[in-house]
Design a protein around this ligand. Structure first.
Ligand code: ADP
Ligand code: MG
Length: 292
């Protein structure tokens, strides 16, 4: 099983080294959980390693996704689009069964074997395009099978209502068809505000973590996961410390990453680091690029 780096700090070790190449991963979470952010990080990581990126948006339009990526500190996204290394397929407002059965196969024929990274964000409108469970399964199964011919796929899925047991019809079928399932849970702790936890529900051929892991969404870093439950902190750490650590670790990380992080340091706040210790975060950043 060939593993590829996810681009999400803290996640690779939980997935037994990273995301399985040519597999389909489904990321499930409620609105605001960080699904689009994570899908963008996954694409960005591939682009940085010379892989092409394909962003299939079924919900937001291309401009909105680009705007949000820039706001999260990824200014270089526009260069990749200019160079046509990052391609958007804006399927929002389409009739999905026709899109999947007709447009998708011709796209796949053009890109077959490209070893690209494909994000589908979110799969939910496809589930809603029909109430027939058999047809839902056919459509999602076909979509994942076809896109996998182009490379490694990460699809997101909206979770509605109470976050938790993943038993709803709209999550069961995609979960069954995926090679890997990641759940982004949002808990509403009484005094602590939002508490975010990531759990890997399944990952084929991998000894993956079975635990829940705190995660947060930080400008310049995106979704960051605390891989070490024993170092759960919830004490606020000083962003100034990160600056110091970044300088110390400069030689161990790519210059583009150093630049991206340096650019946002001034905007970070203590509560951005309530889910992960700064030393652990820095170790994870270095580990992400150690084989590049
Ligand atoms: N500039 C930012 N800095 C830090 N966090 C942000 C920023 N912009 C958005 N967020 C966080 O990201 C969340 C939205 O992430 P997103 O990936 O769009 O979620 P989803 O796709 O699951 O709805 C927001 O709820 C907010 O907590
Ligand atoms: Mg989204």
């Amino acid at each position: 099983m060939n593993k590829i780096k996810s681009g999400i700090y803290g996640l690779n070790s939980l997935l037994d080294g990273g995301i399985n190449e040519n597999s389909a991963t489904v990321v499930i979470g409620c609105s605001g959980a960080g699904k689009t952010t994570l899908a963008t990080q996954f694409i960005r990581r591939g682009l940085e390693m010379g892989q092409e990126g394909i962003f299939v948006s079924l919900d937001e339009n291309k401009e909105q996704i680009i705007r949000e990526a820039i706001q999260m500190g990824w200014k270089k996204i526009v260069d990749y689009i200019d160079e046509e290394k990052l391609v958007f397929i804006d399927a929002s407002g389409h009739e999905f069964s026709a899109f999947i059965k007709k447009e998708l196969p011709s796209f796949v024929a053009d890109w077959k074997g490209a070893n690209a990274r494909i994000s589908i964000d979110p799969l939910t409108p496809v589930m809603w395009s029909t109430t027939d469970r058999y047809e839902q399964r056919e459509l999602i199964g076909f979509m994942l099978k076809e896109t996998r011919k182009v490379g490694t796929v990460l699809a997101t899925l909206e979770e509605h209502g109470m976050t938790g047991n993943l038993s709803g019809n709209e999550t069961v079928i995609p979960m069954y068809l995926a090679d890997c399932v990641i759940h982004l849970k949002t808990l509403h702790a009484q005094d602590d505000g939002l508490q975010r936890r990531l759990k890997i529900m399944k990952c084929r051929s991998s000894r993956h973590s079975k635990m829940e892991h705190d995660y947060s969404i930080v400008k310049g870093l995106g979704v960051v996961v605390n891989p070490d439950n024993s170092s759960l902190v919830h004490t606020k750490e000083k962003p100034g410390e990160l600056q110091k650590m970044l300088e110390e670790s400069k030689v161990h990380i790519p210059s583009r990453v150093y630049q991206r992080l340096s650019d946002v340091l001034g905007e970070l706040r203590e509560d951005d680091f309530s889910a992960i210790k700064l030393e652990v975060l820095m170790q994870e950043i270095i580990a992400e690029y150690s084989d590049d």
